[in-house]
Design a protein around this ligand. Structure first.
Ligand code: ADP
Ligand code: ZN
Ligand code: ZN
Length: 745
């Protein structure tokens, strides 16, 4: 038999995320689809009595089932594949690594708005529509729909207007001809360059050049990932840009991951001005159609650099050259929903599959990455000096207990006040950092000491000054502050703690001439706000910026000379094995924002625990001392990176059922416990999760520990699968398995 011209059978994954159908099914490809079908396409298939979507993951010569039983594919949903071969392979790896169905991993890769069920978008989505004054006058039912929609959604994308109103595109064309609607061909997610923006490359400093050479040569030698450990202000960004350019000039694409999408304007500016290639920016602020368009454009190779948060690691670039994970230690790279993947891990696997270079960069690498570098799994490249040998900032630790003893009841110590005043006098900027982890403004009773809790979740409610309400961060519950304590009836109930708002108000009172801005989740929830504040900081239109974690991460404001930390130790109190590591990273990073360009930076760290070793290491910005001590503690306690962990969380509305189910599952875990784990393995729990109740669901957890991660995963998988298969009560609870968790609450 000669070579077949077209494939006749396809291996298909069904778009239904349940264990029972998490396998490959073989379908026949009807003759009329044979010339157009390709791997990665979405197709319609008969499945049982239903019609479902499936993803073509492979072609086969012979189906596994008898020929007369093979069903036929009904249609192709799209004319283009949605996934390339690399992403299919990567998703398969993810399903095994994070113990989720294959299709769940594929769904997670797709940007929202590009579902497996959906058709691919039409053309001409690039336009935003703006109403003019004439639009208010238009009559007619169809035109009226557009008028009313744009009244609320001015600047919406054409595709969204069409989708929301259901009118045909010719109606829009007529409105454009009438001058009632303007069509503006611009979207926010991609950037091209005009020649006047293009600047010449900067000279690398000798240290940067050495690091750059080391990265490329070590990678060329054996393809291992590179950990770039460079102190704050050592010029890592410049190296990232050179690396991107290196690969772009070879016709390859680069993916640049940021921990917080708010950091993209800075990077977009740099890439635009230095590399001068089309860039795509993927972030959650995009509309569905923008995301679809971005995905397609990237797949066609139009964009040479893709910038985005965690899920940009899946950008379907056709010819991957490099993935850079900036601030690789950030916990935001871990997805806290199924599939609970870690962006850094996925990037590593993707680079392995596609022979790309993985660069992990940080001034405070995660313990895990630094450990891998010590073991030789990563190359370590260190930058120990700031650009132009700027000194690291000088950090002063202020004991807030002492301040109180001296009669200072304010949230600012005298040293902090002096520092801000001095910076302002020199015409420089100041940052005030409020550590929100484990800390927020809560309402509590001075008589009985109880904090006001959410009625649905076991967390204390946050007090919001702007509307005087208390709110739950988990379920969104909100209510009034009660006049009397619900526990003891005392009327001595009031809010405690300082939010960014309160700190900003206090700052404005003390320095009435200063221009003050605030940067936190509430502010950045409004599209465009973050970028505005970022630019105002750069243009020195802001003197004092008060903010949370967001001001910490990697921002480069050359005129900031003073950094104040309001309460350094709050994040030490989080009941988590990572509390120390996170606090060290946070403090070192925030300190590193000071004095990056000229003069000596000055940092004041306010704390109630000035002698805590983490605070001390951070004040010295001594990563190596921190690493050595923390590794010792982890080894003694039997925590990662010395062991692997799996966290199993069960939740349910009935506490009794949940408890019984948890005990049952424990039985299965005992039964399947691998002998090979031996002494290194253990099973902890079930216990109530630290957050015992969320949205009226009770939560319990179990922790599996062991030296061998792969063995641990197969143990968890076998036991949970058997439990779910054999125990009807498993249906009454929700089970999530978190491989390599980064949080225990
Ligand atoms: P990091 O990311 O390591 O904290 P940055 O990349 O933000 O540091 O660099 C710190 C500062 O030094 C920035 O203001 C940057 O513009 C400047 N810089 C970096 N490299 C050079 C260079 N080769 N020449 C001149 N300035 C540089
Ligand atoms: Zn009370
Ligand atoms: Zn709640």
């Amino acid at each position: 038999m000669g070579e077949r011209l077209y494939p006749e059978y396809a291996a298909i994954i069904v778009n239904r995320a349940v264990k029972a159908v998490d396998k490959i099914f073989h379908y026949a490809i009807p003759a009329h689809l044979q010339p157009i079908i390709s791997i990665g396409m979405i197709v319609k298939i008969p499945f049982g009595r239903e019609t479902l979507e499936g993803i073509v993951v492979d072609f086969v010569d012979q189906p596994e089932v008898p020929l007369e039983k093979v069903k036929e594919i009904l249609a192709c949903v799209s004319d283009q594949p949605l996934f390339n071969q690399e992403l299919i392979t990567l998703s398969h790896w993810m399903s095994a690594r994070y113990l989720c169905p294959w299709v769940t991993a594929m769904q997670a890769m797709l940007p929202a708005g590009l579902q497996l069920t959906g058709k691919l978008p039409q053309s001409s989505l690039r336009y935003r529509l703006y109403g003019t004054d004439l639009l208010k006058e238009v009559k007619g039912s169809k035109r009226g729909l557009v008028r009313d929609y744009l009244a609320v959604h001015d600047g919406a994308l054409l595709a969204d207007v069409l989708g929301a109103t259901g009118v045909k595109e010719n109606i829009i064309q007529t409105l454009i001809k009438l001058g009632a609607v303007k069509k503006v061909g611009e979207t926010v997610w991609h950037h091209t360059v005009s020649p006047d923006q293009f600047q010449n490359q900067r000279e690398l400093t000798p240290l940067q050049q050495k690091a750059m050479d080391a990265i490329l040569s070590s990678w060329e030698a054996d393809g291992k990932p590179v950990l770039l450990h460079g102190v704050t202000g050592s010029g890592k960004t410049e190296i990232y840009l050179r690396l991107l350019q290196h690969f772009v000039s070879q016709g390859k694409q680069g993916i640049f991951l940021v921990p917080e999408i708010a950091l993209t304007p800075q990077m977009v500016d740099y890439v635009k001005s230095r590399i001068g290639v089309p860039i795509a920016v993927l972030h959650s602020g995009l509309t569905g159609s923008e995301r679809r368009e971005a995905w397609q454009g990237i797949a066609q190779g139009i964009y040479q650099v893709v910038i985005g948060a965690r899920s940009a690691v899946f950008a379907p670039v056709p010819n991957l050259g490099i993935i850079i994970v900036d601030e690789e230690h950030e916990a935001s790279y871990k997805q806290e929903q199924t599939p609970r993947f870690h962006g850094r891990e996925v990037a590593r696997e993707r680079c392995r599959l596609q022979q790309g270079l993985l660069v992990l960069g940080s001034a405070t690498p995660s313990l895990d990455s630094y450990d891998q570098a010590q073991k030789g799994d990563y190359h370590l490249v260190e930058l120990t000096q700031r650009v132009y040998a700027q000194p690291l900032p000088q950090v002063e630790v202020v004991d807030m207990r002492e301040e109180l003893r001296q009669g200072n009841r304010s949230i600012f110590s005298d040293r902090l006040i002096d520092g801000i005043t001095a910076a302002l006098e020199r015409g420089q900027q100041a940052l005030l950092f409020l550590n929100r982890r484990g800390y927020h403004t809560f309402v509590s009773c001075r008589t009985c000491g109880q904090a006001l809790e959410c009625p649905h979740c076991s967390v204390s409610l946050s007090y919001h000054a702007y509307d005087g309400k208390v709110k739950c961060h988990y379920c969104g519950f909100q209510g009034e502050v009660p006049k009397i304590c619900p526990h003891c009836g005392s009327s001595a109930i009031r809010q405690f703690g300082a939010g960014t708002q309160r700190v900003a108000e206090e700052v404005m009172r003390r320095w009435p001439e200063a221009r003050v801005a605030r940067l936190d989740r509430d502010v950045t929830a409004v599209r465009g706000n973050h970028e505005k504040i970022y630019r105002q900081m750069l243009d020195q239109e802001i003197d004092i910026l008060v903010g949370t974690q967001m001001i910490v991460k990697g921002l480069d404001f050359p005129s900031v000379s003073f950094v104040g930390v309001i309460a350094a130790d709050t994040s030490l109190n989080v009941p988590d094995i990572w509390a120390g590591e996170r606090t060290f990273q946070l403090l070192t990073q925030v300190a590193g924002r000071a004095g990056r360009k000229d003069g000596q930076g000055h940092v004041v760290v306010q704390t109630y625990r000035p002698d805590h070793w983490i605070i001390r290491c951070a004040a010295r910005q001594d990563y190596h001392a921190f690493y050595a001590e923390e590794m010792e503690r982890r080894e003694i306690a039997g925590y990662p990176p010395f062991v692997a962990l799996i966290r199993i969380v069960m939740s349910g509305t009935d506490r009794g059922v949940l408890q019984t189910a948890a005990e049952k599952l424990k039985g299965y875990l005992r039964q399947y416990e691998p002998m090979a784990l031996g002494l290194s393995g253990s099973l902890l729990g079930p216990t109530a999760a630290p957050l015992e109740k969320i949205k009226d669901r009770y939560r319990m957890q179990m922790i599996l520990k062991g030296a061998d991660g792969a063995l641990l995963r197969s143990w968890a998988q076998q036991a949970t699968e058997q439990f779910q298969k054999e125990q009807p009560m498993a249906k009454k609870i929700l089970l999530t398995v978190d491989v390599d968790p980064l949080s225990m609450v």
